[in-house]
Design a protein around this ligand. Structure first.
Ligand code: IPD
Ligand code: CA
Ligand code: CA
Length: 265
């Protein structure tokens, strides 16, 4: 079997696993949902974040047995740029999940020797499955997707508020205001992985957040790149998979001159 054929079948199996886990999120019995606080403002975790992560970890181990696992809800493995790692957010958009807001996702990336190789982001409420394999294009429910070619002035800007870092609130909203003045409008949806897929699918022209964890951007970032967009920090540098960093993603029509940068760097 060629490399492409084997990684395609791995990608299909990851999509099947993620779809099954998505049903857990979508069909949750909300009576007695247990919510616990984590570090920082409005940073919550439910028993479903942990349950879905455990299911993903067990299933991914069967699909790629030699890959290690780094998940938001804790894991024994520490990321290193050598070897294979799954980088996973079991529920991206936990606050939306708690509020039954129907914008949450499962995000799974396979990183090989420091580069994202496979990516899956699934919104169980809309039944959209975004996927990408490095060099193989980006897809939504099996159909190719591409970033928008619209300029910023005819674009939508999606952004994250870095809600667990109150010190970033003022520079975040200052930046959002500057983009609001340049673009058609702004959106704050609550799942960074889905925000990145919105850029990949040409529904939004630009995404920014002043700090994100690797599991927030690892899968969505590859999907953006494979859809023809760019993802970087605010200086154009590559994103880290071993620590938090600022994230800027954009479609093909947003020029360098249109990029606004935060004032707190
Ligand atoms: C959060 C979401 C949110 C973003 C935060 C993330 P979580 O992830 O992606 O949109 O603004 O920075 O931490 O905590 O719901 O997995
Ligand atoms: Ca997240
Ligand atoms: Ca999460």
């Amino acid at each position: 079997m060629s490399m492409d054929a084997s990684s395609n079948s791995e990608l299909d199996r990851i999509c099947d696993l993620v779809r099954a886990c998505g049903r857990i999120i979508r069909d949750v019995d909300r009576t007695g949902l247990h919510v616990a606080s984590k570090e920082g403002k409005a940073n919550f975790v439910t028993e479903y974040d942990k349950l879905v992560q455990d299911r993903l970890q067990a299933g991914l181990r069967e699909i790629v047995p030699d890959a290690r696992f780094v998940g938001e809800e804790g894991s024994a493995d520490r990321y290193s740029p050598k070897g294979k790692y799954f980088v996973v957010d079991p529920i991206d958009g936990t606050t939306n999940f708690i509020k039954d807001f129907h914008i949450s996702s499962i995000s799974v990336a396979l990183i090989v020797d420091g580069a994202a190789e496979l990516a899956v982001v699934h919104n169980p409420y809309t039944d959209e499955m975004f996927s990408a394999r490095r060099g193989g294009g980006a897809f939504c429910n099996g159909k190719p997707i591409h970033v928008s070619a619209e300029p910023l002035e005819r674009g939508i800007v999606v952004f994250g508020t870095a809600p667990y870092h109150v010190e970033l609130a003022q520079p975040t909203f200052d930046l959002a205001f500057r983009y609001f003045r340049k673009a058609l409008d702004i959106r704050r949806c609550g799942s960074a992985a889905l925000d990145l897929c919105s850029v990949a699918a040409g529904r939004a022209e630009l995404f920014f957040e002043l700090t994100l964890a690797p599991w927030d951007h690892a899968a969505g970032g590859l999907i953006v790149q494979e859809a023809g967009g760019t993802i970087s920090d605010f200086d154009g540098g590559p994103l880290a998979f071993d620590h938090d960093c600022a994230v800027l993603a954009r479609g093909a029509g947003v020029s360098d001159a249109d990029i606004e940068r935060p004032e707190c760097r």
